[in-house]
Design a protein around this ligand. Structure first.
Ligand code: NZQ
Ligand code: ZN
Length: 391
């Protein structure tokens, strides 16, 4: 049965070629002092930085910069950003980049006026900010996380090898997000497919849970079909606008909180992925890819009907004359074929994981209870080891 829920998403989206032309009006309601947050320099190489700066000047903003946000942003970088934002009296945070930059901007927005330790308060104790927060806007350059239209923020504390997420409430969702598919054309191939797999995983982690007949499952099957279809075009021709724009739009819908309303969710693949990333600093989407097949093969017997439905409705497996479990397993075989076509990571060893990290990664893996099987610690270790040894 569809449970009761509240759905509210305040992010305004500007989508399409040259959507950046809306930046000036989008910024109009906010203060003059803008902190421009970005990553390691891709936006300088592809010209997005110059365009954003010229619009900010045209809009009469005072621009301060906080550059160097790394993939898997850290607590140390957050402390540096807080000092910078305070020193400049930032009134608005503009994130230009991928999920890491956008997540970091939200954490920063919640921390500038905080007197607590943000890591402990938000990422360990999962409290909401009680202090004033800053508004955030986003110009997206990497597709996958859905961070452009959610309150998610994921920060790594390298000192204790822990990567934790916090889902901030509506105030910290980006006030607006600018989504121009052509801004993703300069992404390296590996990042493009990592993002595609991240989207896939977001949908599956909300799909493989519950046995209810609900609208969300139908929506998710549609999102997956569109993603798989467009990804097969994009890997052959990364400049295909239609494919790249469909992928971008799918990413936003996969994790803007809509499809999880009223139903259980799993999120175990992400829990594994974050633990792997805390130990290896590997690319987020690749950690999910490396864990998915060992995990889904392990839980399939506890959710056969849903895996069968996935096989038939997402990968068009012909169910005639086969047992439910055979159909379900064919679905995972089709998934494997698709993953190999993309060229995503199939094992955690290729991401830098080694046998001596397994116990620590298991300790860093939060065990959720919304999926088809609540894992024991031994099962967590077994799944990590299976991925380590996978080919
Ligand atoms: O730093 P720069 O130089 O900009 O390079 C980045 C980075 O190296 C590069 N890049 C981005 N746009 C580019 C580009 N290179 C060329 N052209 C462009 N247009 O891509 C690299 C990866 O960027 P990053 O932002 O790290 O990737 P992604 O968007 O996958 O974000 C990953 C982070 O988001 C978290 C992950 O855990 C990870 O920390 N997540 C956030 C979620 C959320 N907010 O809801 C949910 C996700 O499940 C995820 O956990
Ligand atoms: Zn993800």
């Amino acid at each position: 049965m569809l449970g009761n829920f509240t759905y509210h998403n305040p992010t305004k989206l500007y989508f399409g070629k040259d959507a950046i032309r809306n930046l000036k009006s989008a910024l109009a309601p906010y203060g003059k002092r803008v902190l421009l947050v970005y990553g390691g320099g891709s936006i300088k190489k592809n010209g997005i930085y110059d365009r954003v700066i010229s619009i900010l000047h045209e809009a009469g903003k005072e621009v301060y910069e906080d550059a160097g946000v790394m993939p898997n942003p850290t607590t140390d970088k957050l402390a540096e950003g807080i000092a910078r934002a305070r020193a400049h009296g930032a009134e608005f945070i503009l994130a230009v980049g991928g999920g890491s930059v956008c997540d970091y901007a939200k954490a920063l927005a919640a921390s500038v006026y905080a007197t607590c330790d943000p890591w402990e308060e938000y990422f360990v104790n999962q409290n909401e900010p009680t202090c004033k927060t800053l508004p955030v806007g986003c110009v997206l350059t990497m597709v996958g996380t859905g961070s452009e239209m959610n309150g998610g923020s994921v920060i790594t504390n390298p000192a204790i090898k822990q990567k934790n997420a916090h889902n901030f409430k509506a105030d910290l969702f980006p006030r607006f997000a600018i989504l121009d598919p052509t801004y993703t054309y300069t992404l390296p191939y590996e990042q493009m497919v990592a993002g595609i797999f991240d989207i896939f995983s977001h949908v599956c982690e909300q799909y493989f849970s519950g046995e209810d007949d609900n609208t969300s499952d139908y929506l998710m099957e549609g999102l997956l079909r569109s993603l798989i279809h467009s990804s097969r075009i994009a890997v052959k021709d990364p400049l295909d606008y239609e494919a790249r724009s469909n992928i971008m739009w799918t990413a936003t819908w996969a994790l803007n909180t809509l499809v999880s309303r009223g139903k259980a969710t799993d999120w175990m693949v992400h829990m594994f992925g974050h633990a792997v990333s805390a130990y290896t600093n590997a690319t987020h989407g690749m950690t999910l890819a490396a864990i998915s097949l060992p995990y889904y093969r392990h839980i399939l017997p506890y959710g056969v009907q849903k895996f069968k439905r996935f096989a038939v409705n997402v990968f068009d497996v012909d169910a005639a004359g086969k047992s439910d479990e055979e159909v379900a397993r064919e679905g995972l075989a089709a998934l494997e074929e698709w993953m190999r076509t993309l060229g995503v990571a199939m094992d955690i060893a290729s991401l830098g994981a080694t046998e001596d990290m397994i116990e620590g990664m298991a300790d860093a893996t939060f065990i959720n209870e919304g999926g088809y099987k609540i894992l024991s610690r031994d099962e967590v270790v077994a799944i990590l080891r299976e991925s380590l040894l996978a080919k």
